[in-house]
Design a protein around this ligand. Structure first.
Ligand SMILES: [Fe+2]
Ligand SMILES: [Fe+2]
Length: 411
């Protein structure tokens, strides 16, 4: 099993779906692997219905996970069967997948009481979905206090993304709603939100030269922002507890790489090349079939190879964009390489891995550990850092030290 997956399922026990019996109440949380990460599927106490079982098999999910802490609960489960009392398990799962596909998560920092919006806001909280504010171009609404206290993610409809974009710009230009300090933070958050939208578009259409130009502008905005104020890294990162999306991860890896590049005093144009490469490091995932990226259960060897091919696919895409520099290829090609030679695709060792490759490898691993977890088991930055450093010899120790120092300073 490639290390990428080994670390992700650590602490969880895999359970074959057939071991879950229809009509029984689950005495433990059940998790699935979604896009390479573990996330909660069924809450403890829910009834596992026939319909839920059918949906899992329809989706090709044959394996689920339980937390290591729940192993004794799981063993107990087999000895007590209760009749089903509701059908909620199946419906919530179906609804959740539907809502996740149709909506775009936005940063809560930008939900400011009093600001006018012309698109609706919804709360997606694990498996519940509700409207917070109803608004449209024809009937805008002001954001009220209620929206500020929402737990879970705030999402908007996919088709409202351009309106959200306009809202971001209007926030940055209006001086009456926000104070000057807030303005700096908002600028960072707006850069992040715009970057997420651009990368999302690029993953759908990786040959778009216009989007590459836009990402270059955003990388430069990111650099300016961090140079102006180190703390901006914190605002530029998408926080833990959010759902996982490749585009969010890409932006985080760019922010962390740029931050580290600045911390080790690289020249401005080098930071820019590093940032571009880091932002696009997983762009090759656009060429990996969706079913494989999101497949539940064990991946077959060919499927692992298909996922790993995102590196080479990414290189092909980047090479087609002549305006991207050769050095920006290093993060794309080398972010899964390890100094010990245990990485892929080329099993490079030591000095064969370039500086930008080494930086992005650390940022990639750190982000995977902190942002791609269900909220219960999200690693704290501190724990994630100790895990990254435990992989002795895999990462550049001097860079790792600088990385830890950088994160220590901003928290
Ligand atoms: Fe990757
Ligand atoms: Fe990555």
């Amino acid at each position: 099993m490639p290390t990428e997956y080994k670390e992700i399922v650590e602490g969880y026990k895999s359970v074959q779906v057939e071991k879950l019996i229809s009509g029984t109440r689950l005495g433990f949380d059940v998790y699935i692997r979604d896009g390479g990460i573990i996330k909660i599927l069924f809450n403890k106490g829910m009834v596992f219905t026939n319909a839920a079982k059918e949906i899992l098999s329809e989706k090709g999910i044959s394996e689920v996970f339980i937390s290591g802490r729940d192993v004794s609960e799981f063993n107990l489960y087999f000895s007590k069967h209760k009749p089903p009392s509701d059908e909620s398990t199946a419906t919530v799962f179906k609804k959740y997948s539907f809502y996740k596909e149709k909506h775009h998560p936005i940063d809560k920092t930008l939900i400011i009481a009093g600001a006018k919006i012309n698109f609706s806001l919804f709360a997606l909280n694990r498996f519940t979905f509700e409207t917070i504010i109803e608004a449209s171009e024809g009937s805008p609404a002001a954001i009220d206090e209620k929206a500020l206290n929402v737990t879970g993610d705030i999402v908007i409809k996919q088709q409202d993304i351009p309106l959200y974009h306009e809202y971001l710009n209007s926030l940055l230009t209006s001086s009456n709603i926000i104070s000057k300090t807030e303005h700096t933070n908002l600028k960072a958050v707006a850069i992040k939100e715009n970057s997420k939208m651009i990368i999302k578009d690029l993953l759908d259409n990786p040959r778009s030269g216009a989007k590459i130009k836009e990402s270059n502008i955003l990388v430069n905005n990111m650099i300016d922002c961090i140079m102006e104020k180190k703390d901006a890294i914190y605002d530029l990162l998408s926080l833990r507890n959010h759902d996982y999306y490749t585009y969010t991860h890409s932006v985080n890896v760019a922010v962390l790489s740029v931050g580290l590049g600045i911390a080790i005093e690289l020249k401005r144009d080098n930071v820019e090349k590093l940032g571009m490469g880091a932002m696009l490091h997983d762009i090759g995932k656009s060429a990996v079939p969706h079913e494989i990226l999101n497949k539940q259960g064990k991946l077959t060897d060919p499927e692992y190879r298909a996922i790993q091919s995102h590196v080479i696919e990414g290189e092909k895409i980047i090479r087609d964009h002549k305006e991207i520099s050769e050095e920006s290829l290093h993060p794309v090609l080398q972010h899964h390489e390890k100094l010990t030679g245990k990485g892929y695709p080329f099993k490079l060792t030591g000095s064969e891995i370039k500086l930008f490759g080494r930086i992005t490898a650390i940022a990639d691993c750190y982000d995977a550990l902190t942002t791609q977890r269900p909220y219960k088991s999200a690693f704290t930055p501190f724990y994630a850092l100790s895990l990254v450093s435990k992989e002795t010899g895999d990462y550049d120790s001097d860079l790792l030290k600088a990385f830890i120092k950088m994160l220590g300073k901003i928290k």
